[in-house]
Design a protein around this ligand. Structure first.
Ligand code: FAD
Length: 339
């Protein structure tokens, strides 16, 4: 049986924007809870690119995904915000006085307002349709994320995909891997011009072998231990590459999952909000970060941070209808000292 929790604000999603929303709640003395389907906090930063530097967080010239999340966790530590991890919010019902949320593990959360910071939903990679794929996924023979570059030290890698992720990882892993094949079904890659330039340089130096236009056809190996990847052209010409790992970067499947059933307006996998408050078409339910959309929206962490601040300030009068909120700078009020 799950837990029953009463709080001012239920935050669905503990990615960077959900974490910062929890900070803003703490600063305005609203209680909150963070709920995430994944076992760890950090959303995409933790799950998809913990070791990649992010360059466009204001005042942090370069910060790795995992480090950004550690910093956010440190920033909310004084508020002791409870977390329900490893469970997805399945239901959201509105009633007089607030909302009731239910998780897949039977937790019940009563909240006065809700912030949906669900990113691309409980996201997952697009997986190639290859026979026996699950067995190779289970052993790490086939992977969709790089958690630790060191895992690929001295390995032969087939990296598949034609976008930024495939290119960025090929360029980054060439420093540790023994051999890198970069496979794409077209001759042209669609990536940032600077990455394309670096790729050409790496190919010329023999650091990366480009194999185009080829598609993945089958996996070779025994009992989940990968030994090679078979490729084919559209004309059916095939070849087999030796491989310890296949890293496939075919994008993320964006599926809002249960969030799509809760009755607010949607545009594909995003939720339109009022830009000044981030309120959705359901009063009392707010959306921030990648899941929120409005004219001019940029799917950037820095914009999600600002949306978190706007949403929490808009929630304050819902929780405290009698009390006017006096806008204050953090420098004048400080954060609670728990040390
Ligand atoms: P997410 O990080 O997607 O987190 C959402 C969380 O919600 C997830 O943990 C998910 O499990 C959870 N969730 C969803 N539905 C439910 C549910 N029903 N119940 C419980 N939990 C749920 N941005 C930048 O600004 N700069 C960059 O340089 C940059 N580089 C990037 C590089 C890569 C390779 C990738 C993939 C993204 C990059 N981004 C970058 C984008 C950035 O990571 C996202 O904008 C950011 O993670 C969005 O944060 P979020 O909190 O809105 O959502």
């Amino acid at each position: 049986a799950g837990e029953t929790i009463i709080t001012d604000v239920a935050i669905i999603g503990a990615g960077p924007t959900g974490l910062f929303a929890a900070f803003e709640c703490g600063m305005l003395k609203l209680s909150s809870i963070l709920i995430d389907a994944l076992a760890d906090i950090g959303g995409q930063c933790t799950a998809l690119y913990p070791e990649k530097p992010i360059y466009d967080i204001p005042a942090l010239p370069a910060v790795e995904g995992a480090r950004l999340i550690e910093n956010l966790a440190e920033q909310i530590e004084p508020f002791n915000i409870p977390r329900l991890l490893g469970r997805r919010v399945e239901t959201l019902e509105g009633h007089r006085g607030g909302f009731t949320l239910g998780t897949g593990k039977g937790d019940i959360i009563h909240a006065r307002a809700v912030i949906i910071a669900a990113g691309a939903g409980a996201f997952g990679p697009n997986r190639p349709p290859l026979e026996g794929l699950e067995a190779y996924e289970a052993t790490g023979g086939v992977q969709y994320y790089v958690r630790r570059r060191a895992d690929f030290a001295d390995k032969t890698l087939v990296i598949a995909g034609g976008g930024d992720s495939a290119l960025d990882w090929a360029l980054s892993l060439r420093e540790v891997a023994r051999k890198i094949y970069l496979v794409h079904r077209r001759d042209k890659f669609r990536a940032a011009p600077e990455s394309l330039r670096q790729l050409e340089e790496a190919v010329a130096k023999g650091e990366i072998e480009k194999i185009t236009p080829y598609q993945l056809k089958s996996l070779k190996g025994e009992e989940g231990r990968l030994s090679g990847v078979e490729l084919a052209t559209l004309d059916g010409e095939s070849r087999v590459l030796d491989a310890d790992h296949l890293l496939a970067f075919f994008g993320l499947a964006t599926d809002l999952g249960p969030v799509a059933q809760w009755g607010m307006d949607q545009i594909r996998s995003t939720i339109p909000v009022t830009p000044s408050s981030c309120e959705t078409s359901l009063p009392g339910v707010f959306a921030i970060g990648d899941v929120a959309t409005y004219p001019g929206k940029l799917k950037l962490i820095l914009q999600g941070f600002s949306e978190a601040a706007m949403a929490v300030h808009a929630i304050y009068p819902i929780v405290n209808p009698e009390q006017a909120l006096h806008f204050e700078y953090s420098t004048s009020k400080g954060v609670p000292d728990t040390k």
